[in-house]
Ligand binder design. Structure first.
Ligand code: N01
Length: 549
């Protein structure tokens, strides 16, 4: 059967081969791939347009910290060559334009329903399909259910006492309004100094009358050194498409960053310093030594280097001292910045240490810490996300026997998936950048592309072999989860409080439910399992009739 030539089969208005949630990078590529393979598919998107997190993260300064030449779809050479990125690290408006271009170019919009939130998806064992409930009270059915909701889409607004009493305006960076927020002449407070806070803080400082930054944990800072791309470089990059794609797939991080294939201790201190200084001048992620996330002393050599830069840039030694991080370098997601540390040399910026003097409450006039009250007109929450499981748990997803994903994963305390792509008891449910995938430690678009491509090969296989369902076997799933946990526990990442470890959300179970074995290795494992006819998966033909063992 020539599958590529098949037309999407006719379907009832409310019954699809596949239902996808989310029209970001993942949902749109999934839709395109399913349609190309002849499946009927529908995307439901809660927002008013396509773009996923790039639709919502429209705060001033929002910019990607993966280089544009790889933070982009690589599945289509034509698309890669037709679209031109203008800067090294693209800003949010440019990424959103790109995603709109993709939606139009591949005629995706006709199968995307906007302004529609899915509240529940229940597996119907009798009919071997998913019943998907929309917030307007309607219901659709699908053989395959693909919540492409991303790991960083459930915003976290800490439950501070008194927020409702605040007389000023407040915003979360991950849910920024479309209309411009005017900071001119205002007293502004920003809570949070992760990737989002570090991007918005320098911009607000330039516009506001006064900015107070409420910092709980000082972060390691690396300059982005963003710049416009030279037309010649753009042409070279496009011409190098095949090589770039291959290099991405052969990398540990899904991008083209420099890696040091040696331990910190295999070169002299002088050579190390030269490498680090060169990387500092280049901007972007520091080269990764093999032992920097497993050996405390090796890690400290990088931490020490970055702390010395803070003292060089920040004029006031007392402020510099407050900005000194004291966790293992890189064990919170590395932040790239533009003029972040320099911002603290301005005389309209105050840095409040809210670890030393915690926030007690939001008041009608501003914010009170245990030390004093800060009067504010605008308060910005750059407080991140209930990551990895948060977006999935917002939907009532139930598999066999009515068991919810939240129950199965013990509220996040006992996550188990197979390859981060599927989980037992939830037939025909596929995850993209899910828990126990390499997302979070890898260029997300690269993980998305490989996950989508794996899923599409899988559903084509099911169709070609007349199979009704696929789901992981419990033993294979347990072994994958165990290997993820063991890998994570062998690193310094688990020793730090971060969104990776769930520590940013009060009461959230701790753990690091991501695959840390590297992108290249992950792709190899995923391929081997397919080559072995979906080893570790249970494939069923018609009413639970098992076909592989
Ligand atoms: O969120 P974060 P983010 N009281 O969790 C603080 C991606 N991203 O939105 O460190 C006081 O990193 C919290 O303090 P602490 C990227 O993957 C990418 O900045 O927990 N403070 C921290 O400082 C990134 O890693 C891009 O002690 C509180 C901050 O808020 C991920 O999204 C841009 C607090 C949250 O930092 C998340 O980044 C933006 C409380 N109760 C985002 N609760 C790019 O591509 C939290 N904080 C560039």
């Amino acid at each position: 059967m020539n599958v590529a030539q098949q037309q999407p089969k006719t379907h009832q208005a409310n019954d699809f081969d596949a239902v996808i949630i989310g029209a970001g990078f993942a949902g749109m590529y999934m839709l395109h791939s399913l349609r190309e393979a002849g499946f009927s598919a529908k995307v439901f998107e809660a927002a008013g347009d396509v773009g996923g997190v790039w639709y919502h993260n429209r705060y001033p300064g929002a910019r990607c910290d993966t280089e544009s030449m790889v933070y982009t779809y690589l599945f289509s050479e034509k698309l890669y060559k037709d679209w031109t990125w203008t800067s090294r690290y693209p800003d949010q408006p440019e990424i959103l334009s790109y995603l709109n271009y993709v939606a139009d170019n591949f005629d995706l919009r006709k199968d995307i329903q906007l302004n529609t939130r899915i509240k529940a998806a229940h597996y119907d064992e009798a009919n071997e399909n998913w019943q998907i409930y929309i917030n307007d009270g309607t219901r659709v059915t699908a053989k395959y259910f693909i919540p492409a909701v991303g790991g960083l889409s459930a915003t976290n607004v800490p439950n501070f006492k008194g927020l409702n009493s605040f007389k000023g305006e407040w915003y979360h960076t991950g849910n920024w309004p479309k209309d411009k927020v005017d900071f001119k002449g205002k007293r502004v407070g920003v809570i949070g100094t992760g990737s989002s806070g570090v991007q918005i803080i320098p911009i607000i400082a330039e516009e506001a009358d006064h900015l107070t930054v409420f910092q709980r944990t000082a972060q390691y800072m690396i300059p982005a050194r963003n710049h416009q791309l030279d037309p010649e470089i753009i042409q070279q990059t496009k011409a190098d498409y095949k090589n770039i794609k291959q290099k991405v797939r052969n990398s540990n991080t899904g991008d083209l960053r420099k890696t040091m294939n040696c331990s910190v201790w295999e070169i002299t201190g002088e050579e190390r310093l030269q490498e680090l200084e060169a990387a500092w001048e280049r901007g972007g992620p520091l080269p990764s030594f093999t032992d920097v996330f497993t050996d405390e002393r090796a890690n400290e050599t990088i931490g020490e280097f970055l702390r010395s830069k803070i003292s060089e840039i920040v004029h006031d030694p007392k402020i510099a001292e407050k900005l000194m991080p004291n966790y293992y370098y890189g064990t919170k997601r590395q932040v790239l910045n533009t003029n972040y540390l320099e911002t603290y040399n301005r005389n309209n910026v105050t840095l409040a240490d809210v670890k030393k003097a915690p926030i007690e409450e939001i008041t009608p006039k501003g914010l009170r810490t245990t030390e004093k009250e800060y009067e504010l007109d605008i308060l910005v929450f750059a407080t991140g996300y209930d990551a990895i499981t948060g977006p999935l748990f917002k939907i009532d997803i139930r598999g066999r026997n009515g068991i919810s994903l939240k129950e199965k994963w013990n509220n996040g305390g006992q996550i188990s998936t197979y390859l981060g792509l599927a989980t037992s008891g939830f037939p025909n449910l596929f995850l993209i950048t899910g828990p126990e995938s390499p997302a979070g430690f890898t260029n997300n678009v690269a993980v998305i592309e490989s996950n989508v491509e794996w899923i599409i090969e899988c559903v084509k296989y099911l169709r070609e072999h007349d199979l009704n369902t696929i789901e992981p076997e419990q033993e294979a799933e347990a072994a994958w989860s165990k290997s993820c946990t063991e890998l994570a526990n062998s690193t310094l990442f688990v020793k730090t409080e971060s969104w990776w470890t769930g520590a940013n959300i009060p009461g959230k179970p701790r753990g690091l439910p991501l695959y840390l074995g590297g992108y290249k290795k992950y792709l190899q494992i995923c391929k081997e399992i397919v080559d072995k006819e979906y080893e570790g998966f249970s494939l069923l033909a018609g009413k639970n009739q098992k076909v592989n063992s």
